[in-house]
Design a protein around this ligand. Sequence first.
Ligand SMILES: C[S@@+](CC[C@H](N)C(=O)[O-])C[C@H]1O[C@@H](n2cnc3c(N)ncnc32)[C@H](O)[C@@H]1O
Length: 250
Amino acid sequence: MTDHEAARALRQWREAAPDAVLLDGFHALKHALRFGADIRCAITSDKESVLALAAGLAEDMTGAFDDRVVEVPKEALRELVPKGHATQVAALATRRARVDNRQALDRRPRSAPIVVLDNPRNLGNVGAVVRLAAGFGVTGVVTTGDLDPWHTNAVRAGAGLHYATAVEHVDRDALPAGPLYALDPEGEDIRSVVLPDDALLAFGSERHGISPELRGRADRLLSLPMRPQVSSYNLATSVAMTLFHWGGPR
Ligand SMILES: C[S@@+](CC[C@H](N)C(=O)[O-])C[C@H]1O[C@@H](n2cnc3c(N)ncnc32)[C@H](O)[C@@H]1O
């Protein structure tokens, strides 16, 4: 590292930070790079280790890490990212534009479902669902309610995969079009139903389940198989089972 490069990177970081998305750790940056994120600034306190990680875990990305990541003093990294990831690398990226996400969500015909999280309360669950959605190649994840699905804690739990699918907050009355399947323990057994590729798959909040509004609008209420006396599954686990039942990437 030269002092000049490090000072410039730290200046860029401070300028970008207020409205950028924090990518905390090697995997988050790797995924964001792979899925075309606009990386504003990437810093580490140990570039040699970062490049060794890339060589071991993501050889396709070694060049990108070498080009993008600037080494800065350990204290500077700690000051900018106090609860930093063990891999000692962090980056700032531009949030995907709402208009692009909305276009992706509204495009028809739709070849993979959209996951609707109805007023989720736990940002870790939101991130876990984004990661599932990216893996299954779904069209997007939309959330209703007051949480921002791009909150730092959701992006952290999503391992940078917010750039691999369309993640947006929407109002309940502005959901993308498509048949609405709401997941609820009182619904009909999902195993008897084929989920269409253009479905909206809606899941309720951790506390209160699916809202009366979405329940009332649902074309079908579906349940996941569960033994009597178990009340419900975790939200992200329910999404995983439902996407697996849909069929996943082909
Ligand atoms: C933790 S659960 C919500 C529990 C909540 N106390 C309730 O009364 O429904 C979060 C969401 O996961 C989905 N879910 C959990 N278990 C399910 C099951 N057995 N069948 C269908 N959906 C389920 C539902 O969409 C539910 O709203």
